[in-house]
Design a protein around this ligand. Structure first.
Ligand code: ADP
Length: 565
């Protein structure tokens, strides 16, 4: 790998320094290449230093005629040293590196020729080591070259003739360069192994990071809160859902929010701060579906179900625990509503049923002596029986899976709305009178609608009975009707307790009941609106707490209007 030539490359001494630095830590090279480069530079500098030393010595003492050759030899080696420092090796073709050790061999040959008895041939060990480090070919080349040169010099100017020393030098060079060759090979192999291991480690790390990322994405996608607790009890991971829960319920964080306003599933028994789920999980406790209420009664409190489990790592050692929390407010509310419904339905059913049985008893007593009276008793019993039947029908309709059940199919016709409303008002008067509530029909104007008369009566009865039920003693109920020929309106106004803002949006939910202290099923309004909507109309209301409520029924005035809407 070569570095791209740079325009802003420093020059002069700074340039030399930069190149030495590059040689030592070239960015695009492998560890092995860098180390070899470093060894070669040191090798060359050492050689140059020795040559400088010997040159000084030789020039002072040597014979004249060989001095020029000696000088050339020394200069060649020194030029090589300068080149190692100044040439940007990273940017030129690799083959050029060979030039320096080869020039060194030639330079040393000159030195040897100039000073045959100086033992300078040993200096060949330096370029030999360098070349041997470059590979098998360079290793063989230097050996052949040095041996050939040496023998040529010995042959040309035999100082001692051909003795065993003539073979000693090539053997020493062979030994030194072979050691350099082998150790370089081993070093390269080790570096490659290290590089491979580093690569594997990087891949494994990347895999682990991807896995962690995937886990985080999964955890963030689920809608229950997850808290991961380390073996030391510290919180290590919190998923997004848990973050949302914590923003909503600050008491979920250890020491946060109002830790005193946490209650058991019954909603009233306070839970001590040290028994809160997070604290318990951090202590290493295990629990399942622990339901707690966060917030005082009467406030917008939430119920959470928490589960804590211990975790073990792959070696079976303790790895902390995980705490999972789910918002179960709606489920708890549904459970409560079910209990309330069972209570109120039984109550609602009991009243007419007691009456049915009572009147049948009376009828049995009167049967012989007062048959007329007995007939009236049975009529009352039958009426109450019908009321029972209606109640059961309402509950069945509401429990059916479809919003508009079979019972909600209507058979509309042209009906006199004013007459229906007047009759219904008349029927409720007796009950209203018991609590001195007046029922006024002053607002009833002539009006007709395209509606199912029985179903419409059911709606008006329900609205009137609520207007009386939720009124104050001595209060007032006003009924009105009007039409513009397209839509017909029925209005039922009371001076009762009104409906709290919080209850208003849920009023039409099945089984929903505001806390009023009055019995009921919470079905009437939801069924009434279903009926009105089945007529292509709507049921709405306005209410002010403590002042009263007004319910409005809008119906199509004619069959055409019904079709158009
Ligand atoms: P029920 O009367 O059987 O409870 P409804 O569906 O008729 O069921 O009414 C639902 C709730 O709406 C009642 O529990 C009551 O709290 C409230 N509500 C209905 N009508 C009135 C009204 N006229 N004034 C005040 N509250 C009312």
């Amino acid at each position: 790998m070569h570095a791209a030539p740079r325009d802003d490359a420093p020059t002069g001494f700074a340039g030399i320094l930069a190149r030495v630095r590059e040689e030592f830590a070239g960015p695009a090279r492998t560890h092995a290449e860098r180390s070899r480069g470093r060894a070669a530079v040191l090798n060359q500098l050492l050689l140059a230093a020795i040559v400088l030393l010997v040159a000084g010595f030789a020039l002072l003492t040597g014979e004249d005629e060989r001095r020029t050759a000696f000088l050339f030899g020394a200069l060649t080696v020194l030029a090589g040293a300068a080149a190692t420092l100044m040439v940007p090796w990273g940017r030129i073709a690799r083959g050029w590196v060979l030039v320096i050790p080869l020039a060194d061999i030639a330079g040393i040959a000159l030195l040897r020729w100039a000073e045959p008895n100086g033992g300078l041939g040993l200096l060949w060990a330096f370029p030999a080591m360098w070349l041997a480090a470059l590979g098998a070919v360079a290793f063989a080349l230097q050996l052949v070259l040095i041996t050939a040169l040496y023998w040529m010099l010995v042959a040309a100017a035999p100082t001692q003739g051909w003795t065993y020393t003539t073979f000693l030098l090539p053997i020493v060079i062979l030994a030194i360069s072979a050691t350099s060759f082998v150790s370089t090979r081993r070093f390269i192999a080790q570096q490659q192994l290290l590089d491979r291991q580093a690569e594997m480690l990087r891949a494994a790390l990347g895999g682990a990071q991807r896995h962690e990322q995937f886990m985080t994405e999964v955890l963030d996608a689920v809608d229950f809160g997850v808290v991961r607790i380390g073996a030391d009890g510290a919180v290590t991971v919190v998923n997004e859902a848990q973050g949302r829960l914590q923003r909503r319920i600050p008491a979920l964080v250890d020491g946060g929010g109002d830790q005193a306003a946490v209650f058991r599933a019954d909603g009233v028994t306070p839970v001590p701060a040290e028994d809160l789920p997070l604290r318990r999980a951090r202590r290493g406790e295990v629990f399942e579906n622990l339901v707690l209420w966060y917030g005082a009664e009467g406030t917008d409190r939430r119920a959470l179900s928490s589960t804590a489990r211990r975790l073990r790592d792959e070696t079976g050692r303790d790895a902390g625990s995980v705490l999972v929390a789910r918002d179960v407010t709606a489920e708890m509310a549904a459970l409560k509503a079910r209990d309330r419904l069972v209570a109120s339905v039984s109550h609602e059913l009991r009243t007419p049923l007691t009456s049915v049985l009572g009147y049948i008893d009376l009828a049995a007593d009167n049967l012989d002596a007062r048959p007329e009276e007995a007939r009236r008793n049975l009529e009352v019993a039958a009426k109450n029986g019908e009321r029972l039947l209606e109640l059961v029908a309402d509950i069945l309709a509401a429990s059916s899976s479809s919003r508009l059940s079979v019972d909600m199919t209507v058979s509309p016709e042209d009906v006199d709305v004013a007459a229906i409303v007047r009759t219904a008002a008349e029927a409720v008067r007796a009950v209203a009178a018991e609590r001195a509530i007046t029922v006024s029909v002053e607002g009833v104007e002539d009006a007709r609608a395209f509606a199912d008369p029985l179903r419409l009566r059911q709606v008006v009865d329900n609205l009137l009975s609520n207007a009386v039920k939720y009124n104050r003693d001595g209060g007032e109920v006003v009924v009105g009707t009007t039409t513009d020929g397209v839509a017909t309106w029925i209005l039922v106004r009371d001076t009762g307790i009104g409906i709290a803002a919080a209850d208003q949006e849920r009023l039409f939910e099945r089984y929903y009941r505001a806390r009023t202290g009055v019995d009921g099923t919470g079905l009437g309004l939801s069924i009434s609106r279903d009926i009105v909507r089945a007529h292509h109309g709507d049921l709405t209301f306005q209410s002010a707490e403590g002042v009263g409520s007004t319910f409005f029924v809008r119906l199509p005035a004619t069959a055409e209007a019904a079709e158009a809407s």
